[in-house]
Structures are given as C-alpha cells and as structure tokens.
Design a protein around this ligand. Structure first.
Ligand code: TYD
Ligand code: MG
Length: 453
C-alpha cells in the first residue's frame, strides 16, 4: 500500500505546497490553499529500455482533421475550423452568450450533416429547448443530455458518435474519479482530464463552457488553460450588443486573433465591418481622441483611443487605463515628462479604448501619446487622421509590422491623413491620395500636431 501524503493546492492557480500557507506565493490569493490527500508513489524499479528515440526525419505527418462550421469568423479565429480530438475551453462572464454560441456551433454543424451532442449540467432541457427555438436550431442531429457526469457524457459519445460535443458547464460537471466537492479545484482538474481523454480516444472535438470570475480568471483554475488545446473568451458588456471572441491560446492556429459579434434576437451575428462599429459614436472636434489601426491577430481594426488629463483634487493623482496595458502607459507618461517636459505627473490621467477592445501591441503607443497630449493641451487633432508607432524610452518613434494592412483599413474608412514611424514609410506602396507624415521622434509629433517645441 503506498504511503498517504497531504499536500496543499491553491484553488485559484493550482500552485502546490507541502505545507499550508496563508497566502499563495504564486498568485497572491489569501486563504486559497486546500488540503489534498495523495499517495506517495513507490520507488521506481529499474526497467528495460525506455521509450525509443526516433529520427525527426522519419516521423510520419498528417494534417489535423478540421470541421468547418458555417460561422466563418469562428473558423477564422480558430485557424480553419474545429480540430477533431481537441479540447476547447469557452470562457466568459455569466450571461454573456457562451451557451448561445455553443448551441449555434452545433446547429451550424448539424446543418452540414454532422451529428452533435449538447450535455447540459447547468440548465434544464426545457431551457435549452427555448434557446434552440430562438436560434432556429431544430435539427434531429443535435442530441441533448441533461447530465453533469463526465462518465455519462462519455457513454453518450460512444453511443451517438458525434463529431462535436458541448459540455455546459465545466463547473457543474463531476466525475466518479474524484471525491472532491463539486467546483473544487481537484474536481475540475479530474473532470478536465477525463474529458480530455474522451476527446482524444473518440476523436471528437469537445467544447467546455466555463464561467469567468470577476477577476477575469476562469473560475478557479488557470490550471484548466494549461490542460486544454484552445482557450476562447467571449467578452463584452451584457447591456450592450457587441461581443468580442478572443483566442488566448491555440495549439492548432494563431493566438491573439479576435472576431466581433453582435447579440441579436436570434443569437450572435458576425459584424461585417467592426471598425465602423467602433467609430460610430466618435465625438466630433473633441480633444483627447485619436484613431489607431491595430492588428487584432491577422486583421487590422480601427479603434478610438481616448484620454482625459485633468487637474487633480487628490493628494495622489488618479490613473485609470482601460484597454491598454497599464505598464506601457506608465512608461509613456515617464517619456512625456523626461523627453518633452510635459508634466503629467501631478495630473489625473484616464485612458480608454472604446468598444471594450483590448490592445495588445506596442504599435498603439503613439495613439496613447497623442490622445494624452491632445487632452493636456486641450487641442483636438484632425478628424480624418490615424496614427500608429511604437514609442521608445528615448522618445523615438519606431516602426512596426504590417503598415500596408493598417493603411488599407484606414483608407477603406475614409481616413486620409496618417502619422506613422519614418521607418515604415519606405515599405508603403499605396500612397496615393493620402497625406503621410513620417516621424522619427515625439518632438516632431509635438511640432506637427500642436505647434510646440
Ligand atoms: P447565454 O448564452 O445564456 O449566456 P451564458 O451561457 O454565457 O450565461 O445568453 C445570455 C443572454 O443572451 C440572455 O440574457 C439572453 C440573450 N440572448 C439574446 O439576446 N438572443 C438570443 O438569441 C439568445 C439565445 C440569448
Ligand atoms: Mg450558459
């Protein structure tokens, strides 16, 4: 009989410790370590020759099999459709539309003749039926099961042999392999392991639906993200119709892709021209607003960056940055003080990317700089202008990738005046009808836009 041993597992990030700690050293959560009984493995006995080493040139190679849905934007962000035998985690806040999207995927597959299975441990089958009626999903090829058991789900897969399964949700699913309470980290981990095996053994794509907590982590386990092949997040404000589907991890395709949908009466609809949607309500002639083309994965998207710089009434100036990485904006504020002498240190600074878009590339640095300067000097910038460029610590404006794609998107939406890194100028072919201003550093930007040195 192997020896029993107690270890402590963080319910938030999965960190394991041999002693109990009040605070997790990995993620900093308080009181999150739970005791786990595990068995100490016996000493390994020496075995014969271990796994064979092969030559890389001799390994056979097959492209993964993909299932395309008719939801083109979804197929695109996944890198060409759902991969058979893979596990996808679909996360998002409660009420954002995860179950809707999951059912739409099955509906769309059923229309192409594939059988599918929806396992609901969260909602009753009647609730599921009401949603299906709204979406017009009436195909006999969609099997449904009201169960929260991973074993029953596997049985269902064996019987029905579907090509895609939805498990809604991971938090309400349990497995016989675990005695831990429902929703605990070890139960979640065991369920995910079980589901992962079921996906591989039956060569079926399984979509796990998971709730995100207020902190933005999939309830409890970051751990899950490591176990699955693909992580999709559905984001947005529940009182607004725009939903952004973002890829956070993808073993079978590009990461950082995103697609924009709109929640309508009959489910989620892809937005044809997201740039137009994000710029629709842009204020005219207001200071602190600038448009930048940012690369959302492989697609350019025009978004508005807004800043508000005000005198503070607090001993500590307030700083709120939404949609851009706070560390980068801190850096930009320091560069503005040191290189341009713009003293923003004692002011409140707010920055926002409209439409709930999150920018993850440095190409939008220049937009943050210009929005902040425009608000600081209270001088609006021309309405038909877009800007981009990475800003270095010396105040230099550095070139970035894909200038041609950015220009094309700007042109498509009628923007004619562009401030860009000088280094990007030589790469451009489509210059006709545009007024281009290549800049080397922030001093040139100051002179050009605000007439100051
Ligand atoms: P739901 O998919 O249940 O969210 P989740 O699974 O993420 O908790 O959808 C939630 C909201 O979407 C709900 O408030 C109703 C709305 N909705 C529509 O606007 N149109 C639709 O066609 C459907 C099915 C839902
Ligand atoms: Mg749901």
């Amino acid at each position: 009989m192997p020896k029993e041993k107690t270890t402590y597992l963080c319910s938030s990030c999965g960190y394991r410790s041999v002693t109990w700690l009040g605070r997790c050293p990995q993620c900093g959560s308080w009181d999150s370590l739970e005791p786990q009984v595990s068995y100490r493995p016996r000493e390994r006995e020496p075995k014969g020759p271990s796994t064979k080493i092969q030559k890389i040139s001799e390994i056979g190679y097959e492209e993964e099999e993909r299932l395309t849905t008719s939801i083109q934007e979804l197929d695109r962000v996944l890198g060409g459709g759902l991969v058979k035998g893979s596990l996808i985690l679909l996360g998002g806040d409660p009420g954002i539309g995860k179950s809707t999207l999951a059912l739409q995927i099955l509906h769309s597959l059923s229309q192409r003749g594939f059988s599918t299975l929806y396992v609901s441990g969260e909602e009753s089958l009647v609730q599921l039926k009401i949603r299906a009626e709204r979406l017009g999903a009436r195909s006999g090829l969609i099997g449904v099961m009201g169960s929260g058991s991973a074993e029953e789900m596997e049985e269902g897969i064996k019987r029905l042999k579907p090509s895609c399964v939805v498990l809604d949700s991971i938090q309400t699913c349990h497995t016989e392999a675990s005695d831990a309470p429902l929703g605990s980290i070890s139960q979640l981990r065991d369920v995910t392991l079980k589901v992962m095996r079921a996906a591989k053994e039956n060569n079926v794509c399984i979509i796990l639906v998971g709730h995100v907590t207020k902190e933005g982590i999939i309830a409890g386990p970051r751990l899950l993200e490591h176990m699955v092949d693909t992580v999709l997040y559905l984001e947005g404000e529940s009182h607004q119709p725009v939903r952004i589907l973002r890829v956070n991890k993808n073993r079978f395709g590009p990461t950082f892709e995103m697609a924009v949908f709109e929640m309508r009466e009959k489910g989620l609809w892809p937005v044809e021209n997201p740039s137009l949607l994000f710029l629709k309500e842009r204020p005219k002639g207001a200071s602190g607003s600038v448009v930048t083309p940012h690369m959302a994965g492989s697609k350019p998207l025009l978004v508005e960056v807004q800043a508000l710089v005000t005198n503070t009434s607090q001993p500590m100036p307030r700083r709120t940055f939404l949609g851009m990485e706070a560390q980068r904006i801190w850096l930009i504020l320091a560069v503005l003080e040191k290189r341009l002498g713009v003293m923003v240190g004692s002011r409140d600074v707010f920055l926002n990317v409209t439409g709930g878009v999150r920018i993850q590339e440095t190409a939008s640095d220049l937009a943050a700089v210009i929005a902040i300067l425009s608000s600081y000097f209270d001088q609006p910038i021309p309405e038909d202008m877009v800007v981009w460029g990475e800003v270095g610590l010396g105040g230099e404006v550095r070139s970035v990738s894909n200038p041609e794609l950015r220009i094309r998107e700007a042109k498509k939406l009628g923007f004619g005046s562009i401030i860009l890194p000088k280094g990007n100028m030589s790469e451009l072919k489509e210059k006709e009808g545009l007024s281009l201003h290549g800049v080397r550093d922030l001093r040139e930007v100051m002179k050009l836009l605000f007439g100051r040195r």
